[in-house]
Design a protein around this ligand. Structure first.
Ligand SMILES: *Cc1c(COP(=O)(O)O)cnc(C)c1O
Length: 468
């Protein structure tokens, strides 16, 4: 399988070439040249597989430059009961007939980003060893991504992580999750500033090309194709658990921010998995809901980007969205570049032509949005009616799922985090503390390992240079 950019650069690259990269050189995102088709006989064969075996089957359709035995070994080491807490890895929790939660948040950091990041850690270690190279991952986080990256890369050969976070602004639980790591290759830098300061520093360091090359600076952001393809697997796993035969169709409802999770659902559907609809749920940051209602994609300004109680979906633009638009436009790279480069850079928005927008329904997409009051009400009713405690992001998904679901439609709502990560909302909704996995009791009392730094790119550069 070869990979191409969404912006008309026709250069073909192998999986191992794009694994350690972010954007394509022309500024686009990588996609496979075509989506491998999964026929009825293959679906039937996959139905009985364990999660790790299923992951191997899906990934090997997209990765042909890692020997099969090595890939199988990587996947088996990644998706274990020990790491994900259950033998099914992503078990279903029934709410009522035809409506389930699919648990994607039983990994080490209790959010769905572990599903892909744990694989990425093992792939990075393998590829760097093969090349005899090292990589220094630099990132900024306000919570989920940074901790998922650290837990994926801890103790890995050839990789160091330098993670910036706003000092004192993460929840005590999230801070404890990250800062309690004692691995020598993990560096937590608490920046005296806000999240934007952290991001500005990452940009400034990355723009210093000489420094970037010399210290082999890389990222693990959500546009990485390997992360996306890892997420395709759980759509298959959810489908097999919810159905008895491959004649059945199911829909998925997905809490969305950067369009990474649901883009994997789009890929699964393009491969032939019988997905009826993909229900996209946003919070008050409704860039994507607006697009799926109107055909207009409008990037928000800082002042229009709200801090909500489902913070991992607080986005001003959706960094993976270009992949879907490329497919929607019949893979017209010139048109995709005009929309995302020229129009978005000049006007902050684009509008599809009516005949282009009309095709959205063929791809199964519908959308909705949710507010803080909706989240609180959904958390409360779900606990009262089903005895199930959900987090705020999953609540956004469930709220929109209930709104959009038609009678008899089988629907899986992706559970993207556990409630313990967002305790304040649980207290507000239920008047009690969230449930906590026993392994994480008392995590706030563990010794912490981090360094406070002023909001200056030079200080961060000096720190990196001193620790390489
Ligand atoms: C990252 C995240 C999301 C949003 O996922 P995207 O791939 O950005 O759409 C939703 N919920 C939680 C808990 C997350 O961490």
């Amino acid at each position: 399988m070869k990979y191409i950019s969404t912006r008309a650069d026709k250069t073909e690259r192998g999986f191992s070439e794009i694994l350690l990269e972010g954007l394509a050189p022309d500024g686009g995102l990588y996609l496979p040249q075509h989506y491998p088709q999964v026929d009825a006989a293959t679906l039937q064969r996959w139905r009985g597989l364990s999660y790790a075996e299923l992951a191997f089957e899906v990934l090997s359709l997209y990765i042909d430059d890692i020997p099969a035995d090595d890939l199988r070994d990587i996947v088996r080491r990644t998706y274990t009961e020990q790491v994900f807490g259950t033998p099914q890895i992503t078990p279903l929790k029934p709410l009522e007939p035809g409506l389930w939660l699919q648990a994607l948040s039983n990994g080490p950091t209790l959010a769905f980003k572990d599903m892909a990041m744990q694989l990425l850690g093992n792939l990075f270690e393998y590829e760097l060893a093969r090349r005899g190279e090292q990589l220094n991952i630099l990132g900024a986080t306000s919570g989920d991504t940074g901790s998922a990256a650290e837990y994926a890369m801890r103790g890995k050969q050839g990789v160091r992580v330098f993670m910036l976070s706003p000092n004192g602004r993460m929840s005590p639980f999230q801070q404890a999750q990250m800062f309690s790591l004692q691995d020598e290759n993990i560096h937590n830098l608490a920046v005296e500033g806000v999240f934007d300061d952290c991001q500005d520093i990452v940009k400034a360091v990355s723009n210093d090309l000489e420094f970037k090359r010399r210290y082999k600076i890389g990222t693990v952001n959500s546009i990485n194709w390997a992360r996306l393809v890892a997420q395709v697997v759980y759509y298959f796993a959810g489908y097999f658990q919810a159905t008895r035969s491959n004649d059945e169709v199911v829909s998925f409802a997905v809490p969305s921010g950067n369009f990474g999770n649901i883009c994997a659902g789009h890929v699964a559907r393009m491969m032939g998995l019988p997905i009826h609809r993909l229900v996209l749920a946003t919070n008050e940051n409704d860039v994507l809901d607006e697009f799926f209602r109107t055909g207009t994609y409008r990037v928000r300004q800082g002042a229009e980007t709200y801090e909500t109680s489902s913070p991992s979906m607080d986005i001003s633009k959706a960094s993976n969205f270009e992949r879907f638009v490329f497919d929607l436009l019949g893979r017209d790279g010139e048109r995709t570049r005009r929309l995302f480069k020229t129009e978005v850079e000049q006007h902050g928005s684009f509008q599809l032509a009516p005949h282009e927008f009309a095709r959205v329904a063929e791809y199964g997409f519908v959308s909705g949005r949710s507010t803080h009051a909706d989240r609180i009400a959904t958390i409360r009713t779900t606990f009262e009616q089903h005895g199930v405690m959900i987090d705020t992001h999953t609540a956004d998904g469930l709220k929109v799922a209930r709104e959009r679901r038609t009678p008899g439609e089988a629907m899986l709502v992706l559970e993207t985090a556990l409630p313990v990560k967002f305790a304040a909302a649980i207290r507000e909704a239920l008047g009690r503390e969230p449930e906590r996995p026993s392994a994480l009791e008392g995590i706030e009392q563990l010794p912490k390992r981090y360094t406070v730094v002023p909001p200056k790119a030079q200080t961060v550069k000096d720190y990196i240079a001193a620790h390489c």
